[in-house]
Design a protein around this ligand. Structure first.
Ligand code: BG6
Length: 473
């Protein structure tokens, strides 16, 4: 039986709550993974429970991925309530006490304490206020907090933020979320590498030529212009999602799948990274960005970034990891592709592989319908010895267990409720990443413009030469 929970959702009327968190909580309940729970929404908006339930219902209809059902919804709706943050810490404490009184019988029957999960879906500055509000309201005990990025904007601010968090909560109570690690395909990297005998022996500089982590987006800023203008692609995506995925790709086998050993190995990857140099990065800004409201006329914010990352350890020395992400690009994708070294010599007729893309590849596709594929050369049927490109593919949504797939936020909320830190990031890991970013942040290369709908500024080709970007396929 799940532990009874009071979930306090800060930023409950915001965009993330509507798109992911409220539908996620509803879907977890539908899946039987959130049985004895009450959800208290709170934000600066002064609305009542009825209005909040309406908002949550709309969110679940629109973003519930087909899971909305009147009857199931009605049951979930009875577990929701709302209290405005403007009413102060005492009102929040009362709301939590009331929710806990409803759960008291269930907790007694299960012989378990009621846990509290405070989800801080608010900007960093507001998060600090919330921490103190929780402290004043006496809501620190039996509590875990989930924090959203950005975890600072540089090393100094990240340290300050972590220090302030630790004034109120112990590190074991803190769950810093990076939703890319909640994606099935990201977790599949661990299964793929460490549950099979086949791949790990070749997972190193002797066999791998280079790795690409490529997350182009067709989306623009989607109403988040002010946030984006002060953040940019590097802080929004690279120092967060792309680096976390890189750590799963590059880490040594942990001693076990427990949170401690995994975080330790990820930290070692970050520590082995060479500091990120301006010469190894391309920053871009799509044309038309500067004309937008809330964007400075001479804005230097990058909406695109590509960079070369080098990991200076025995496994990876000399193997570049190329990262790319940006807004308003030609296609949306989230792929990690591993290019293997070519055989020492080719015995096939010259030109027999004309039109094919370099060496063989293993690809993890982190799309919602995740896939893994291995592409390689085979012989083209018929006379002679011409080659053609073949591939083997495995798609999560086509497996017999496809129905069990949880959306990234659902998976991570559920893990946080169980106190499982495995897929969360740590203060030490984040601070190390900021430290490695110092040269790039101190002396960023100039932003180059690129046309919306393109693959970014032309300089991206020099960055990867003599290799080539794997996308577009
Ligand atoms: C968010 C970024 O963390 O991740 C967004 O702030 C980005 O800018 C998004 O669009 C991408 O997430 P996903 O799951 O849609 O690939």
């Amino acid at each position: 039986m799940e532990q009874p929970h009071v979930v306090v959702l800060f930023g409950a009327t915001g965009d993330l709550a509507k798109r992911k968190l409220l539908p996620g909580l509803y879907r977890l309940r539908r899946a039987g993974l959130l049985t004895d729970a009450r959800v208290i929404g709170t934000s600066l908006e002064e609305i009542d429970t009825e209005a909040f339930v309406d908002l949550a219902r709309e969110a679940c209809v629109e973003h519930g991925r087909g899971a909305y059902d009147e009857e199931k919804w009605a049951l979930f709706a009875t577990t929701l309530s709302y209290v405005s943050q403007a009413a102060g810490p005492a009102a929040l404490a009362d709301a939590v006490a009331e929710a806990e009184s409803v759960l008291a019988d269930a907790a007694q029957a299960a012989g378990k304490e009621i846990q509290r999960l405070h989800y801080l879906s608010v900007p960093p500055k507001a998060a600090l206020d919330v921490l103190h509000q929780l402290d004043e309201a006496g809501l620190v005990e039996r509590s875990r907090i989930v924090m959203e990025k950005p975890f600072g904007t540089d090393l100094e601010s990240a340290k300050k933020l972590n220090h302030r968090v630790h004034e109120v909560f112990g590190e074991e109570q803190v769950f810093r979320i990076d939703h890319f690690l909640g994606k099935e395909a990201a977790q599949n990297i661990l299964a793929f590498r460490f549950a099979n005998g086949l791949f790990e022996p070749i997972w190193n500089r002797n066999f791998i030529d280079h790795v690409q982590i490529d997350v182009p987006e067709t989306l623009g800023l989607e109403g988040r212009t002010a946030f984006y203008e002060s953040t940019g692609a590097f802080r929004d995506m690279v120092v967060t999602h792309l680096m976390q995925v890189l750590a799963f790709m590059a880490m040594e086998p942990p001693t076990s799948l427990a949170p401690g050993p995994i975080s330790d190995e990820k930290l070692k990857v970050f520590r082995s990274m060479k500091p990120l140099q301006p010469k190894d990065a391309v920053r871009g800004q799509y044309t038309g960005y500067r004309g937008k409201e809330q964007v400075a006329d001479d804005s230097d914010t990058e909406t695109f970034v590509a960079l070369k990352v080098e990991i200076d350890n025995w496994r990876w020395a000399g193997v570049p990891f190329f990262l790319r992400t940006g807004k308003k690009l030609a296609e949306g994708a989230r792929i990690i592709s591993i290019a293997f070294k070519e055989p020492p010599l080719s015995m096939f007729p010259q030109g027999s592989n004309v039109g094919m893309q370099g060496p063989d590849h293993l690809t993890f596709d982190l799309a919602d319908q995740s896939k893994m594929s291995l592409s390689f050369y085979g012989k083209r049927p018929g006379p002679g010895f011409k080659l053609e490109k073949l591939s083997m593919q495995f798609a999560t949504h086509e497996t017999p267990s496809a129905g069990l797939v949880l959306e990234a936020y659902e998976r991570l909320i559920h893990d946080a409720m169980r106190g499982d830190h495995t897929l969360f990031t740590t203060a030490a890991g984040i601070e190390t990443l900021w430290e490695k970013a110092i040269p790039l942040l101190t002396d960023p290369p100039p932003v180059r413009s690129y046309a919306p709908g393109s693959w970014g500024p032309n300089a991206i080709h020099q960055l990867v030469a003599p290799h080539a970007w794997r996308l577009p396929f």
